[in-house]
Design a protein. Sequence first.
Length: 217
Amino acid sequence: MENIVEHKKIIGVPEPTLRRMPMYLSYLKAIEATGIRQISAPHIAADLNFDPTQVTKDLAYTGIKGKTRIGYEVQTLIKAIEDFMGINKINEVFIVGAGNLGAALVKYEGFKEYGIKVVAAFDINPEVVGKDLNGVPVFHLDKFRDLARRMHVVFGIITVPPSAAQQVADMMVSWGIKAIWNFAPTNIKVPDDIILQHTSIYANLALIINKLQTKYK
Ligand code: ATP
């Protein structure tokens, strides 16, 4: 249905485009589940509250171009987005800090649809070490290095308290981790070649509370 255009390299894709990709994917999967087979860029744009030109531009990065008046074939587009995001292959991930947040992330089933699977958790608290979180074992942090090497894991999630985050990040880097997703509400420093993303739910919360206070007080 679609014309496959030359697959562009992921390098150079604007960050906002990358950030929107998971939204297109979950939207298209929902659309597919309702039995819709074809969809146009303006339709997608209207449902997601995006600009139609932006949608066309974003989706072109996947190598798929919609047909005039017909649009995109939903199934093909889903596959193209998954390929583009590199999530047809599951990345195995270790998580350090098996407290409430860490355990919730380990148990979260949704990650699989977006290309990651937490395969082991690590902690230093003897009450937590040895637990089983929906089939995912919690090991002592001492085991991280050997397991990462054996399982070729290069992606680590940090869910320890902020006071321990830098130390854990330093260890992860020295143990061969190449990408860190930090959920601790603190800034950590890593060498330039290490991929680092922070996700602080508290940062978003601070915005909500501030807006609530200023708008509705
Ligand atoms: P949260 O809901 O924030 O995950 P929690 O109240 O269960 O937290 P925290 O004190 O935030 O617990 O710690 C999270 C987890 O990190 C705990 O299980 C704790 O044992 C673990 N932890 C703390 N310091 C380290 C460390 N240096 N290395 C590994 N794990 C650690």
